[in-house]
Design a protein around this ligand. Structure first.
Ligand SMILES: Cc1ncc(COP(=O)(O)O)c(C=O)c1O
Length: 392
């Protein structure tokens, strides 16, 4: 065990991932032969589409195995810019795009180059659990804006406006949202933009990584397209992990103000250098190829989400804001349940159900249940959840 002073203050302050802890415990129990049903996954359970794999194998055969430009393969940057223009309706070009090791590195790089110690980052809750940690790693202060399932986890605009002060540097938006599956409606984005126009020192990061995983009656809107006049202050984060089932490939991108992209490229050049060269050819194939695979996977998530919603609504005492996107639901537990960590530990030990404590996402009376699993596993998991809640 190293002496604590050997570890930097930054590293000591990092929260270990609760998600990983639960998954590790679930795996250990499975290895012991226990019957575990997991609705904890934060990643697609589909394989990467074959044409993407083929293009990557071809790239290896073609010798695309060397260092490349830190900002990314120029052809891929061009294709991403085109996708942002045509699909997301964001006015951009390839020099505004940085290819990163997953959406996570896009966020990390952005925060490292725009945040100074003492800057405040507004994080609407419930939030993806890495936002506060990446904020802290940049020496900045996460300011969590709470919301309630009783108001549909909707961001309260008065809370937003009253939280902005001279230290505020960045607002995070995430739609579709992990963990709630909530979509920020277009008119709400317009209202947020209206507030930001009054505060020209505040930047926005719009994390749109679940953009393709949407209920049939929903449309994805990019914040930079809804508020084009604020384009110099809006950073779009996205990636290939969720839409194309490419989590392990580590392929994401950051787009926005070219000055910041240049700074983030410099940071990347001194840390990880270019993203794996042949994997980038796979991403290029994904963007250039047919979107049928993306649509087909999204359809499967939609029917599973419906199954999850129906099942959760059938459990007495649960409050559910119905998710409209991504592959999660974030039900509030009945009042008699213990806190979310204890609840999930006990659910795992007592009924073999792996789900994620809501406290990791900022809400200790909720749990995150994933539908990135087969319908059979979802039905079984719901049965166990019901049984466990009723026996508490
Ligand atoms: C909301 C959100 N943003 C970003 C990411 C990062 O994705 P990537 O695997 O591309 O780093 C995730 C991954 O779970 C996520 O849920």
């Amino acid at each position: 065990m190293p002496h604590p002073s050997l570890i930097s203050q930054r590293a000591v302050a990092l929260q270990p991932s609760l998600t990983l802890a639960i998954s590790a415990r679930a795996k250990a129990l499975m290895q012991e032969g226990k019957d575990i049903c997991s609705l904890s996954a934060g990643e697609p359970d589909f394989d990467t589409p074959a044409f993407i794999v083929e293009a990557t194998i071809q790239a290896l055969h073609d010798g695309i195995t060397r260092y490349g430009p830190a900002a990314g393969d120029p052809e891929l940057r061009e294709a991403i810019a085109l996708k942002l223009k045509e699909f997301n309706k964001i006015q951009t070009s390839s020099e505004n795009v940085l290819v990163t090791n997953g959406g996570k590195q896009a966020i990390y790089n952005l925060f490292q180059v725009i945040l100074n110690p003492g800057d405040e980052v507004l994080i609407p809750s419930p939030y993806w659990l890495s936002y506060p940690e990446i904020t802290l790693l940049a020496g900045a202060i996460p300011v969590k804006l709470s919301s309630s399932p009783d108001t549909g986890f909707s961001l309260d605009l008065e809370v937003l406006e009253s939280s902005i002060n001279s230290q505020t540097k960045l607002l995070i938006l995430n739609s579709p949202n992990n963990p709630t599956g909530r979509i920020i409606p277009k008119n709400k984005m317009e209202q947020i933009a209206e507030i930001l126009r009054k505060h020209p020192h505040v930047f926005v990061m719009s994390d749109e990584i679940y953009e393709f995983i949407l209920a049939d009656d929903e449309t994805h809107y990019s914040f930079a397209a809804v508020a084009p006049d604020l384009i110099d202050r809006i950073f779009t984060v996205n990636g290939f992990a969720k839409g194309w089932a490419m989590t392990g490939w580590r392929l994401g991108y950051l787009s926005g103000n070219p000055k910041i992209i240049k700074a983030a490229t410099a940071l990347q050049s001194q840390s990880t250098s270019n993203v794996c060269s042949f994997a980038q050819r796979g991403a290029l194939a994904a963007l250039k190829g047919s979107k049928e695979c993306v649509v087909a996977m999204a359809k499967r998530y939609n029917s599973r989400r419906e199954l999850l919603i129906d099942g959760l609504k059938g459990i007495h005492g649960i409050t559910l804001v119905s998710p409209k996107g991504a592959f999660y639901a974030f039900p509030k537990l009945p009042a008699h349940c213990p806190n979310s960590t204890r609840f999930c530990e006990r659910a795992l030990e007592e009924v073999g159900l792996a789900i994620i404590p809501g406290v990791a996402f900022g809400e200790d009376n909720c749990v995150r249940v994933s539908c990135a699993a087969s319908s059979e596993i979802i039905s079984e998991g719901l049965q166990r959840l019901k049984e466990f809640i009723y026996k508490l």
